[in-house]
Ligand binder design. Sequence first.
Ligand code: 5AD
Ligand code: SF4
Length: 463
Amino acid sequence: MDRLVTAVGAPTCRPETKKYFIETFGCQMNVLDSERADAQLRKCGYQWTDVLEEADLILLNTCAVRERPAEKALVRISEIRRRKKPEAIIGIMGCVAQAEGRRLIDRAPDVKLIVGTQAVGHLAALVTQVERGGDAIVDVRMPNRPAFDRLAPEERRQRHVAYVTIVEGCDKFCTFCIVPFTRGRERSRSPEDILTELRALAGAGYKEVHLLGQNVNSYGLSRRIEGRRMGFADLLEMLAARSGVPRIKFTTSHPRDFDERIVRAIERWPQLCPWIHLPPQSGSDRILALMNRGYTAEEYLRKVEYIRRASRDISLTGDIIVGFPGETDEDFRQTVRLVEQVEFDGLYIFKYSPRPHTVAARWADTVPEPVKTERLMQLVEVQRGVQRRRWQRYLGREVEVLVEGRSTKSERHWAGHTPCHKVVNFESSMTNLEGLIVKVEVTKINPHSLFGRHVESRAESTV
Ligand code: 5AD
Ligand code: SF4
C-alpha cells in the first residue's frame, strides 16, 4: 500500500549534497511550481543539476491540458528510467499527479513520490520521507486552503521576469477542462501579500512580473480593502501605483468576468502592459453553451470592442478549441468568422480531446479526427493571414524590449519581449544588455516574432 502523508514535519537536512533534476511541462503555473520545488529541495540539502544522469532525485512536473497526458508522462518516465542512476528516486508532480494519484504507481511501480498541486509547499518533508525507503508516498489531498508561498527573489530561476500567483484553482467548470479537478477551488491571495512580494522583486531588480491565475478576473470576489471590495482592476491599480515593478502582465482573463475597468486601468498606468489573453474557445453560441462558458459570441465581441476603443494599442491573444463534441460545419464557420472579426495578435488552437473527470468526457467525441485536423489547419491558415496583416503596424515603430538574453543567432543579437508580449530579436553593438529595457526599431516582421535594430541612447546604461 502507498503511504499517505498525514503529518508534515520539519525536513531533516543531510550532510552530503545530493542532486535533483526537474523537467517542467505546461503553463507558467507549473514553471512557478518548479521554482517553489527548487526552494523546498534546497531546504533539505539538494543541489540543482541539469544533467539527468547525475541526479539522485528526478521530478517530472506534468501538464494535463495536453492530449493523453498520463500516457505521455509514463512514456517520459520510461525514458528517464533508462538514463538515470540506478538508485535515483523518481517523482511526479503537477496536474497529472493530481488527477491520477496512485494509479500512476500501479502503472509505474518504481515511481516513489506523487506530489499533488497543493502539496508543493511541503515537498521537503515528502522527500525526506521517501528517502527513508519503503512504500511510495502519495500526497494528492486538496484542502483548498490558500497556500501561496512567497518566493524570495534569490529563490527564482529567472533573473528579470518573475511569476506570481494571485488566484489558485478555478470554479468555472468549463465542460472540457480538467483544471478545477487538478487545481481545486478558487482561492485569492491577499493584496498585501502580493504587494509585499512585488516590492521585494522590484527591490531585487526584477523588471517584469506576470500575475498568474486560471481566471485572474475573478480575483478577490470576497476580498475587501480599506472597507471596500477589492476586484482585479483595483488590484492592478494598486500594484501599478505602489509596487515599483516597471512592467506588470497578467494571464489568463476569462471573458465572463472581464470588465471595462481593466481596460481603464491599462489606459491609466503605463506599468500595466497592453496585452490581454482572452480565450473565446468558440464562436458558436450553441457550442459556448455546451462548454459552459457563460457568454455568447456577441458578448465576447462587445468586450473586444472596449479593448479596441482603448487609448493604448492593446494586443489581444486567445485560445480556440476545434472539434468539441457536437460541433457542426456551421458552428465551425462561426468560429472562423469570430477569428476574422476579432483579429487576434496571436491564437493558440487546440483539437478537442476528452479529459478525465470532465462533463464533456461523458459525451460521445463526435467529430472524427480527420475533421478536427482539417478544421485546425483551416483556422491556422486564417489566423496566419490575420496575423501577417495585423503585425504590419509594428513596422518602423520603436518598441521597448526587456532584454532576456542573447539570441541564438550570434554574439551581436539579443532577444526579449515587448510590453505587448511579442518576441523581439535585434542587433546591437553594445556588449551587455541583459536585464535592461531598451528601445528597438522594428525593421522586419517574422511570422511569430519581430526583428529590429537597437536604438542606442546614453540613458540606457542606467535603465
Ligand atoms: N481539449 C482541447 N483543448 C483543451 N484546452 C483545455 N482543455 C482542453 C481539452 N479537453 C485548451 C483551452 C484552454 C487551453 C489552455 O487549453 O483552449 O484555454
Ligand atoms: Fe478551465 Fe474554464 Fe477554469 Fe479556464 S475558466 S481553467 S478553461 S474551467
